[in-house]
Design a protein around this ligand. Structure first.
Ligand code: PEP
Ligand code: MG
Length: 758
């Protein structure tokens, strides 16, 4: 095709294509016209379009030149033959001797043996391959770079049309595969159990483009420049702003954005794509697809990570080009939120509306997952490709207990899902029956079960769950829900309401635990290379005594004359505890001096979340009123494995024998020193783990409300002496984890432990 580099040739072809696409006719007729047109314009004897029928197969959907009977009859596996290879690698293949080319496969139905030269390009949209466009010629000929370029441009337009459903007939049976119409089963990591069914809401909806071909190159260029200026302005503002945390972005990501946004090469490539006759939107996608396939071949994980930044930037530019049409629609009640990742604050913003959450990234131990569990919103994390595979509004069912997600489920999957809902209701009835029964093991050990909470809407479950009280009230969640710092009076009102709702049952308030992944939009974010090991929790409280004291005063006021229990998060050295306690004493004295009422009793505990505190002196333990083991953080520091990073988090087990030895040592010490001990990490809510904790000496466990029933049910079925024997045996045999033996034992005994496996 002559003149593609200057855009003249492809512009003529695209103009003709626009005319064809505007003509009335069904999807098949349109496709047939496209192949005829492309074959004619590119002087090829064959032009064929293969589209993905499902994840693994391409189907010949239209051809000019190959045997017409092959259409919709021939299908190729991704990775097989030249066409399959193009789809797999997302790269063009051109050869003057197809039969000799590596990977060639002869398909008799097409009668293609007559054609020697072959050129094919992927039909792709933002890195997602939807099909393959091929031309063939009888004579052996080398296709020029310009010709391949032209073919790629046509493929871009076909991709947009495919995505927009232009090749379908609007009927139930579609001869032409539509993008993302097939049911898809996915498995991620179970992060919050529960069953949910609803329409998909994409956190970042895919942009739809209905004008792939430029009507006027000049005006498209002007639109691009306008959008680019707006995009650069946004990013400069973000980088300049003090409130980066409010956007949920990290500074290094924004710096990477800025670098890409000002990249001259990017702008040049976009302009060239417009020059070739594409609209500004499709030009952005074309350049992005090329960048993606280049970067996907890079082995360096850091650079590959930057792919996300590039995608985000391209999406932002597209939204500027599309204006209001590119905005996210309102979230529908009962929707399943599909996102790449989400922070705990954002999750709480949507909490009232959503029935379930599926994330492509995320982690089981992240605070977003904890919030989801607190709110009983089923959640699956690490569900790869889910944002790409889902259309807005698609039906989605989520089984948060096993991490299963079904997109556009068929009748059988839905029936099985509804069956699970019935079984879950029956189990809930059983747990209800246990509500007023004690968690007493067969050997006569009584375990106190408390619930974790953090937002007022948690508290109604206190009554129904049978929890003895609130073992961990995460006060920071209230702070995260707000746009500005709540004042002392407002805080005090919240704490008073929590105690009212507890109706005399004990509540342990944990003072502000912010930092790491718990960010307050209204607090300046401090850049730290490793926030999990950074300035957070009690460290921040002690360095910001005004903020900390304000909370302590609010807690005292909220309690009135009722007993008050509170604990400090992530105490690492005894001195931190003493200093925090001294601030509390000052606050109490101040209240008394002003003649205000003070709580009848004040109990002050330390959260044991760092291995360092486990080895603090006996004197320190004796100074505390109680110790609460925060197993989530303790695990991440013990194993040196970031709780937010699934790749490393998953490698280590709470039932690892070294970790159990640490937990047992803590229990023995607290017992000897007569310090009340509890465990409030997520592991307490998993039945098998809860049994192991009880066996090593924990008599008080705090978990989310929904876990109390299953944990109590199992505890009532076990003899802890047997578990201790299993542990001794596993230690003697130098096992790594107690889990395999515990699982075998519980299966042999037919115990109800299968709610979670890990
Ligand atoms: C913990 O670390 O175990 C804990 C209970 O605190 P959080 O999960 O809020 O950090
Ligand atoms: Mg913690």
């Amino acid at each position: 095709m002559p003149g593609t580099k200057t855009g003249g040739g492809s512009r003529t072809l695209l103009k003709a294509l626009r005319r064809v696409l505007a003509e009335p006719g069904d999807g098949q007729a349109r496709l047939d016209k496209v192949v005829r047109l492309v074959a004619g314009q590119l002087v090829a004897e064959v032009c064929s379009i293969y589209l993905k029928r499902d994840r693994s197969r391409l189907e010949l959907c239209a051809t000019e030149g190959l045997h017409p009977d092959a259409v919709h009859r021939v299908s190729l596996k991704i990775g097989h033959g030249l066409v399959g290879r193009i789809a797999q690698r997302a790269e063009p293949i051109a050869t003057s001797n197809a039969q000799e080319a590596p990977g060639f496969q002869y398909i008799p139905e097409t009668r293609e043996e007559a054609y020697r030269s072959f050129a094919g390009v992927p039909i792709q949209r933002l890195g997602e391959v939807l099909g393959v466009l091929v031309i063939q010629n009888r004579v052996a000929r080398e296709y020029t770079e310009d010709e391949i370029d032209g073919l790629e441009i046509v493929a871009m337009v076909i991709a947009e049309m495919t995505e927009a459903g232009m090749f379908t007939n609007g009927e139930e049976f579609q001869p032409i595969p539509q993008v993302r119409t097939q049911p898809v089963e996915m498995v991620g990591i179970a992060a919050s159990e529960g069953l949910a069914e609803g329409p998909a809401h994409l956190h970042e909806p895919r942009v739809m483009v209905f004008n792939p071909i430029a009507e006027n190159v000049e005006s498209e260029r002007a639109r691009l420049h306008e959008a680019m200026t707006a995009l650069r302005g946004d990013i400069d503002d973000l980088v300049r702003s003090d409130e980066i945390a409010a956007t949920g972005e990290h500074r290094d990501v924004l710096e990477a954005y800025r670098m890409f946004a000002y990249d001259k090469g990017w702008l040049r490539r976009l302009e060239e794509a417009i020059e070739s006759g594409l609209s500004a939107e499709v030009a952005v996608e074309k350049v992005q697809s090329a960048a993606r396939s280049r970067m996907e071949r890079i082995a360096d994980p850091y650079l590959r990570e930057r792919l996300h930044d590039l995608d985000d930037l391209a999406n932002r530019l597209l939204r500027h080009l599309l204006g209001a049409a590119g905005g996210a629609p309102e979230i529908q009640a009962g929707a399943i939120l599909i996102a790449r990742n989400i922070g705990p604050g954002e999750l709480m913003d949507h909490a009232g509306q959503i029935a379930g959450i599926v994330l492509e990234e995320g982690s089981l131990s992240s605070h977003a997952a904890i919030v989801a569990r607190a709110l009983s919103i089923p959640m699956v994390v690490q569900c790869q490709r889910v944002t790409r595979e889902t259309n807005p509004g698609d039906k989605v069912v989520v089984d948060g207990a096993i991490g299963a997600v079904s997109l556009r489920p068929g009748g059988d999957v839905l029936d099985a899902f509804h069956q699970k809902v019935v079984v879950a209701r029956q189990a809930a009835e059983i747990y209800k029956g246990l509500r007023d029964k004690p968690a007493l093991t067969l050997d006569g050990t009584m375990i106190a079960l408390h619930m974790n909470a953090g937002i007022l809407s948690d508290l109604p479950s206190l009554e129904g769950s049978g929890a003895g009280g609130v073992g961990l009230y995460r006060t920071e969640l209230q702070f995260m829900l707000r746009a500005s710092l709540p004042g002392r009076t407002e805080q005090a009102r919240t704490y008073a309401r929590v105690l009212d709702a507890a109706n005399g049952r004990p509540v342990i308030f944990r003072t502000l635990d912010i930092g790491s992944d718990k960010l307050l939009s209204y607090m300046k974010r401090v850049e730290e290379p490793n926030p999990a090991l950074g300035w957070r929790a009690i460290r921040l409280g002690l360095d910001r005594p005004l903020l900390f004291k304000m909370q302590l005063q609010a807690l005292i006021r909220g309690a009135g004359t009722r007993p008050l229990s509170l604990m400090f998060p992530m105490v690492t050295e005894a001195d931190e505890f003493r200093r925090a306690r001294a601030l509390l004493d000052e606050a109490l004295e101040g209240m008394k001096a002003r003649g205000r009422e003070v709580p009848s009793t004040v109990r002050v505990g330390a959260m044991l979340e760092t291995p360092a505190l486990a080895y603090a002196s006996d004197a320190f333990f004796a100074q505390t009123d109680f110790i609460s083991v925060g197993g989530n953080d303790l695990m991440q520091f013990f194993f040196a494995a970031d709780r937010e990073n699934e790749r490393v988090r998953q490698r280590y087990d709470v039932l690892n024998l070294s970790f159990l030895r640490l937990l047992r040592d803590i229990a023995i010490r607290c017992d000897r020193l007569d310090v009340p001990l509890s465990f409030c990490g997520e592991a307490a809510g998993r039945p098998l783990e809860a049994v192991a904790l009880a066996a090593v000496g924990y008599r008080s466990l705090s978990m989310r409300a929904a876990s109390i029933g299953p944990v109590k049910r199992l505890l009532r079925e076990v003899d802890l002496n047997e578990v201790r024997d299993l542990l001794a045996g596993a230690e003697a045999d130098d096992q790594t984890s107690l889990r395999p033996r515990l699982l075998d034992w519980s299966r042999e005994r037919g115990l109800h432990s299968d709610r979670y496996t890990r």
